[in-house]
Design a protein around this ligand. Structure first.
Ligand code: NI
Length: 187
């Protein structure tokens, strides 16, 4: 069974997700399914809200972009209850996309240096300073846990320019070559 990726317009992407506690069952299997969905759709990160679950869980495999961004080499991570601390407020703008917004990419300003605290899939704690594109991926995925998507960071003018494309995603009028679930129809 392949997990579908929930698309922009679905209310699950706008919820603030709940922390995952020790009693959560089936974390290993869920993580495996999320990696599978992420690889199927050729993404480098996937957050639990994108598979319809409002829990603070993210999977990342940044290795495919390591040629352009060496800091991503070998970085396969499971983030449970991640917490970001901004270490340097200067932002850099780079192009981003999202599996929940097929066919859209926009430049998004993000800080370059963060400190990340998280639990891994065995609920072991980690604390690390992370930079560059890996820090960008982490910020993008952690935004999903707050009910935000990357286009929330772009200008009103840019948003106006992609208005039609967004409406097509919301209405499910696009073709996507991985399993997706569109927003429920408005009555
Ligand atoms: Ni995303």
């Amino acid at each position: 069974m392949k997990l579908p990726v929930y698309c922009y317009g679905h209310p699950v992407l706008r919820e603030v997700s709940k922390p995952l506690d020790q009693s959560f069952e089936g974390l290993g299997e869920l993580v495996d399914l999320m990696f599978e969905a992420m690889y199927e759709s050729e993404g480098v990160g996937l957050a639990a809200p994108q598979i319809g679950k409002n829990i603070r869980l993210v999977v990342i495999d940044a290795d495919p972009v390591a040629e352009s961004f060496p800091e991503c080499a070998g970085r396969k991570m499971v983030l449970v209850n991640p917490e970001i601390e901004i270490l340097d407020g200067d932002t850099v703008s780079r192009s981003e996309g999202c599996l929940s917004l097929p066919g859209i990419s926009e430049k998004v300003p993000r800080v370059e240096h963060i400190r990340l605290r998280w639990l891994d899939e065995n609920l072991q704690p980690h604390d690390e300073e992370i930079s560059g594109f890996l820090a960008r991926i982490v910020q993008h995925e952690c935004d999903h846990l707050e009910g935000r998507v990357f286009i929330d960071h772009i200008s009103g003018i840019r948003k106006q320019l992609i208005k039609r494309k967004l409406a097509d995603i919301v209405a499910g009028k696009i073709r996507v070559d991985y399993p997706v679930r569109f927003a429920p129809r408005k009555k």
